[in-house]
Design a protein. Structure first.
Length: 919
């Protein structure tokens, strides 16, 4: 709104001021004219909205932001905008979620004030005026109650619902842009199956065959009833599996045939036939249409079809991928199950040892043990598991509250199984809004004062406490820094409302199961909440540490009758850390799968043990290939493609050389190489090597072409560094606006440490081998704590000599500026070279502030996961403050970013000069 105020004695007509005065008047008149021609929504924003609240039965003038909603980048048409109520974006449910492309179904019982929204398997029941919501039958709390509002100018009544809460509950992504007042909803694909149009928001997976991804076009792998459904024709017929495929539209029957195996399935039926024998499926096949692309596909249960056709099948939760592989069999023929869904048939081989070679004999599924929660822990476990994190408590009070103290009144122990913090006030505490931001639990107390300060309360589940008073809003922000992002909490108020308690609960290991399934031995750990695990190897032992997690099993140890798992033990390291150890037999490899609250270690016999003890480590000349006549050794480029425990190396040649390598195949001389593919991609030929474990590599020119040496990275490279561009994916880090443009910390970290720094680290004369924790806007785990533990653990896995993480700082005010580098005293031991985390931090701090001209905030000892839980000298750089506009502009300057990247590289080079590895 533009207001012109003419005050007495402030309007003059002196001749020397007339020119200036008329220019001001013309400018104001022009602005008023422009305002008249603004789009309706913007003009309304300037003038406010006249609204009527049916609950309070009062008219009110709304002057806050008017929200525009988009779905997958397209604006959702509505004549009435969303509004902000108590910090929540409230959207007209019918316009945004029903009549838009989201196309939810709804039922409104106006008498009872009940609104039911549904899409796919998700059903939500809301009640006007109530924050209590039923989500798939479970009671949850919304941030704001649905409300019926009349837009007086449009003469239109709407029921408004909390937009983010609704979107995320139904599986959509929701982003809010404060500068543009646009709420962006994304995710889901519009499909038709089972006779209904469905907005599918569940898993959208991929498929690989023998390590190579199969293109799926616009219909991905779907997960229905915990079963992966695969596009039958694209996966089994069009791929290199070359399975025979027919589909009868009249009978809706699909037939898949390979060798002497024929599988018949019918759309909508759980009965399938394998070579004429009836079998029951876990879920029915579907005929699916993508409503946008119009592509259609018959979707079939992947595990059932793949294993019955004689392939091995596994589902990788981490990357949401159906992994199909060719089975090894004794006689070279395709093994078939002839009708079992678990893929354990022996393909006609009775297991006899022919020709002295055992092959890959299928073993029966079995359960070694299944441990559950001890009876004496059931009460505390049940209490913790039933806790629902609330978002609001109390009501606004007329008088102001003075918060006198915040203290730790009960620390976590074996006797309590919880931790309590007490907030005391001299008068009743007003309405308090509670929210989690990463590992920060924030309580915003209205009409309250607290001394602004930061101190350590000495707890286990929460360490640092920060209290901030906001004078303009007259509210106080109380922030607890949680040790884990998965901490459950309760907030309660005493009867006199002068004492508030915050109760924190640890995670629990509630089950451990071991056995054999699909010819792999396994140990599965299940927890109450998302699981954080640090895995380390010591000889033949796999040791898993679960921080801030109670050992619900008690101390147990058992020997095993299995071949790969010799023994399993679980112990409580202390009252809040659980340790699980697997004694692994020699000659067994392992892999890990995580799925939110479960963690599984799989063991399989290594290729060397299956080869009569013959070693797989012919690493000096592990792979050889010839070069086309027009390709020089200097034309070759290489690239590490390891990520998420998939170990690949790419050798890249210019042009299309596929036909050359069809006639001159790549030669493999090492069992560590599991697969080699040659393909033409983006005007280049890629020779991709997949290995059974992470390998360093070195190419050498020979008389006949090129030989590739493989080995442990520490045997190949003199200096190894793991670089961590902080955050990524759903973890944006600090976010600020500069000149109307949204700047995210994760992007600045990536630009400097990856996009710019790698050209220095990867230069031909660079003495350093680098690996990265991420290669794009990605994370392996949506849970930040789990992700950070995994990033720290990567240093040991790759054999790094040191670890450097890059972040940007921020604060609640714009005052702080400068650079600081963190290390942690718990990980500050002196390594063989003489280097420590603190020395590394000091060298980087000195170089960065000197070269960049930023204020030095010093080197600080701070307990961060990536520095504390690391196995090598590790530091975290906070380059500058995004909360200060001048420093944000500097951080966003290309010249500054380039200089920062070069300084980090030069400093790390100097570290290895002063502290050589000796390799």
């Amino acid at each position: 709104m533009i207001v012109i105020r003419c005050r007495k004695n402030q309007l003059y007509y002196k001749s020397e001021e007339k020119k200036f005065l008329w220019s001001r008047i013309i400018s104001i008149v022009t602005m008023l004219a422009l305002l008249c021609f603004l789009p309706i929504s913007q003009a309304d924003a300037a003038a406010g909205l006249s609204l009527y609240n049916y609950q309070t039965k009062k008219n009110f003038n709304y002057t806050d932001k008017q929200v525009v909603y988009t779905y997958n980048g397209k604006r959702i048409a509505t004549k009435t905008p969303g509004i902000i109520m108590d910090g929540s974006s409230m959207a007209p449910f019918k316009d945004i979620f029903v009549n838009s492309e989201i196309k939810m179904k709804y039922n409104l019982d106006e008498k009872k004030g009940k609104l039911t929204l549904s899409s796919g398997d998700t059903v939500m029941v809301l009640t006007l005026g109530s924050k209590s919501v039923l989500l798939n039958g479970k009671k949850v709390t919304a941030p704001y109650a649905p409300v019926k509002i009349k837009y007086n100018a449009q003469k239109s009544s709407k029921i408004l619902v909390p937009a983010r809460f609704i979107a995320e509950a139904f599986g959509y992504s929701y982003q809010w842009n404060s500068s543009t007042s646009i709420a962006s909803i994304s995710g889901g694909i519009r499909l038709n199956y089972g006779g209904e149009d469905v907005n599918y928001t569940s898993t959208q997976g991929k498929v690989t065959f023998d390590g190579t991804e199969i293109p799926l076009n616009s219909i991905p792998v779907m997960v229905v009833d915990d079963t992966a459904l695969l596009p039958a024709w694209r996966v089994f017929a069009k791929s290199s599996m070359k399975v025979g495929y027919t589909y009868n539209q009249d009978t809706e029957e699909v037939t898949l045939k390979k060798g002497d195996v024929t599988i018949q399935l019918t759309i909508g039926s759980k009965t399938a036939y394998v070579n004429g024998k009836a079998k029951t499926l876990d879920t029915v096949p579907l005929f699916v249409t993508n409503l946008s692309s119009k592509e259609t596909s018959v979707m079939v249960p992947g595990n059932f079809v793949a294993t019955n056709l004689g392939f091995a099948y596994s589902w990788n939760y981490g990357v949401k991928t159906s992994q199909i592989t060719t089975k090894k069999v004794t006689d070279g023929n395709t093994g078939t199950d002839n009708g079992t869904d678990n893929g354990t048939g022996n393909g006609g081989n009775n297991g006899s040892n022919t020709g002295g070679h055992t092959g890959n004999i299928e073993m029966p599924d079995t359960t070694l043990f299944q441990w559950g929660v001890l009876p004496e822990l059931l009460e505390s476990y049940t209490a913790a598991s039933n806790v629902v994190n609330i978002t609001e408590i109390s009501q606004d009070m007329a008088s102001s509250a003075y918060i006198e103290s915040v203290s730790l009144t009960q620390i976590l122990s074996a006797a309590t199984r919880k931790e309590i913090y007490t907030i005391k006030s001299a008068s009743p505490i007003s309405k308090t809004t509670i929210k989690e931001e990463g590992n920060i639990l924030k309580l915003l107390v209205n009409n309250a004062y607290i001394n602004t300060a930061t101190y350590n309360l000495g707890g286990i589940l929460a360490g640092e406490f920060n209290g901030v008073y906001h004078a303009i809003e007259n509210n106080s922000e109380l922030s607890f820094k949680l040790s884990s992002t998965d901490t459950k909490y309760e907030v309660n108020l005493s009867e006199d409302k002068c004492t508030m308690t915050v109760t924190l609960y640890p995670n629990y290991v509630n089950a451990i199961t071991a056995g054999r399934k699909n010819n792999e031995e396994f140990v599965t750990i299940t927890a109450m909440e998302d699981i954080s695990v640090t895995l380390a190897e010591s000889g033949n032992y796999l040791i898993m540490q679960l921080p801030f997690t109670v050992n619900g099993m008690g101390n147990k140890n058992t020997d095993s009758s299995l071949e790969g798992i010799k023994a399993v033990s679980v112990t409580g390291v202390n009252d809040y850390t659980t340790s699980i150890t697997i004694d692994k037999a020699i000659g067994y490899d392992y892999r890990v799968e995580r799925n939110e609250n479960s963690y599984t270690v799989y063991l399989t016999k290594s290729s060397s043990s299956e080869n009569g003890g013959e070693t797989e480590e012919n690493t000096e000349s592990a792979l050889q290939f010839k070069l086309p006549a027009d390709i020089l050794f200097g034309d070759i480029a290489t690239e590490d493609r390891y990520r998420y425990y998939q170990n690949k190396i790419a050798i890249i040649l210019p042009g299309n050389q596929v036909q050359f390598y069809d006639k001159n195949p790549v030669t493999v001389s090492s069992g560590v190489i599991q697969d080699v593919t040659v393909s033409y991609v983006n005007n280049q030929t890629e020779i991709v090597i997949e290995t059974s474990k992470l390998q360093g590599f070195k190419l050498s020119e020979t008389q006949n072409g090129v030989t590739v040496k493989l080995g442990d990275p520490r045997d190949i490279y003199q200096n190894i560094v793991l670089l961590d561009p902080g955050h990524g994916g759903n973890a944006a880090g600090a976010t600020r606006t500069l000149d109307g443009v949204k700047i995210m910390e994760k992007d600045l970290n990536m630009q400097i440490l990856y996009n710019l720094a790698q050209k220095y680290f990867n230069a031909p004369d660079s003495p350093i081998k680098i690996y990265y924790t991420r290669y794009g806007d990605e994370v392996r785990y949506s849970n930040t704590t789990t992700e950070n533990y995994d990033r720290a653990a990567q240093a040991k896995r790759i054999g790094a000599d040191l670890y450097v993480s890059l972040h940007m700082n921020s604060f609640t005010t714009a005052t702080p500026v400068g650079t600081e580098v963190y290390y942690n005293s718990q990980n500050n031991k002196t390594v063989a070279s003489g280097l420590t985390s603190k020395k590394l931090a000091e060298m980087l701090q000195k170089a960065l502030t000197a070269n960049l001209g930023t204020v030095s905030r010093g080197v600080k000892d701070k307990s961060l996961i990536v520095t504390r839980e690391n196995s090598v000298p590790a530091v975290l750089i906070e380059l500058g403050f995004m909360s200060n506009q001048q420093e944000l502009a500097l951080l966003n300057t290309p010249e500054f970013q380039e200089k920062a990247a070069k300084t980090i590289y030069d400093t790390i080079c100097q570290v290895f000069v002063e502290y050589p590895t000796g390799r």
